[in-house]
Design a binder for this molecule. Structure first.
Ligand code: SAM
Length: 289
């Protein structure tokens, strides 16, 4: 198959694609790579473009983050799990980059499917640079990021006129090679807006401790939203002082988003009317103390 847009047959807007034709003529026989965001996991939250591209791709490279409900919709013969190798180790980013180029050079149309949005802590930027360096035409397809959607489905708006006029997205997991943290937690404590931490379940004690040491009020509301939009979504609310204990008591595990700031308490007031939570899960949702 060539690098044609797999949606072009039925998509009247595909002719507007400024790269179509041009790049194919430049590199005949080379397929395109689509860096596609899957959203947080509910197939209904895939964009229309993502759905069409997934359905038309020769190969979908993915890890587990898009979630079972989305991955199950892709025939096994057309998907490649690049999250883990056969020996159980994580596939290195270099290997993923190499595979993307290899498939495109074989003329395949490739969807690189990433949880949430590819450019929010998704290493999509590195893949885009690698593809560009190898002359592979690619398209970025935005997804609904869990950084906003996960709090939202738990009844937590990331900004609120009464609580926060700024929001910061932070990683709770930094490259061990970097040595000391590049996140300035005391600056975030002083800023006063909402702090959203991704990949921060394991390191929760570290950064809540840093925020407390920096003078943030111990009763600052904190929520954890686990597997947002998956059928077994769960959420808990506590404070900077209690949230680690709640995490352990409930057994919250990745993937989960941490929300720190006054907005986290919004959940308590709206939850009774919130239709975003799985009915069966409601009984298991634990509120803060
Ligand atoms: C490598 S980052 C990728 C973020 C992704 N690109 C996005 O925009 O949502 C992985 C982290 O995203 C968060 N995450 C992704 N999907 C989630 C979900 N359905 N529920 C809760 N957190 C999620 C978790 O913090 C997880 O550790």
């Amino acid at each position: 198959m060539t690098g044609d847009d797999p949606t072009s047959g039925d998509d009247p807007t595909s002719g507007d694609d400024p790269t179509s034709g041009e790049t194919d003529a430049d590199r005949p026989g080379v397929g395109r790579v689509y860096l596609v965001g899957s959203g947080p996991g509910d197939p209904d939250l895939l964009t229309v473009r993502a759905r069409k591209l997934i359905d038309g791709a020769d190969v979908v490279l993915h890890d587990t983050l898009p979630g079972p409900a989305i991955l199950e919709t892709i025939p096994e013969g057309r998907r490649e799990d690049v999250g883990k190798r056969a020996d159980g180790e994580r596939t290195s980013q270099d290997d993923i980059n190499r595979r993307l180029v290899e498939l495109a050079e074989e003329g395949e149309t490739v969807v690189r499917l990433k949880g949430g949005d590819p450019f929010v802590f998704g290493r999509g930027g590195e893949e885009a640079e690698h593809l560009a360096a190898h002359g592979i035409p690619f398209e970025y397809v935005p997804g609904v990021t869990s950084a906003i959607a996960a709090p939202g489905v738990a009844g937590i708006p990331v900004t609120h006129r009464d609580h926060a006029s700024s929001v910061t997205f932070v990683t709770g997991h930094e490259e061990p090679a970097k040595g000391e943290s590049t996140v300035d937690w005391s600056a975030l404590a002083a800023a006063g807006g909402t702090i959203i931490v991704l990949m921060g379940v394991g390191t929760l004690p570290v950064y809540t401790g840093e925020l407390l040491s920096a003078g943030m009020a111990p009763d600052t509301p904190v929520a954890l939203v686990e597997r947002a939009t998956w059928p077994d979504q769960r959420a808990v609310v506590g404070t900077l002082e209690t949230i680690v204990e709640i995490r352990d008591e409930v057994g919250i595990e990745p993937p989960a988003i941490t929300v720190i700031g006054g907005v986290a308490a919004t959940r308590t007031g709206v939850r009774a009317f919130l239709e975003n939570e799985p009915r069966v899960g409601r009984g298991r949702v634990i509120e803060g103390r």
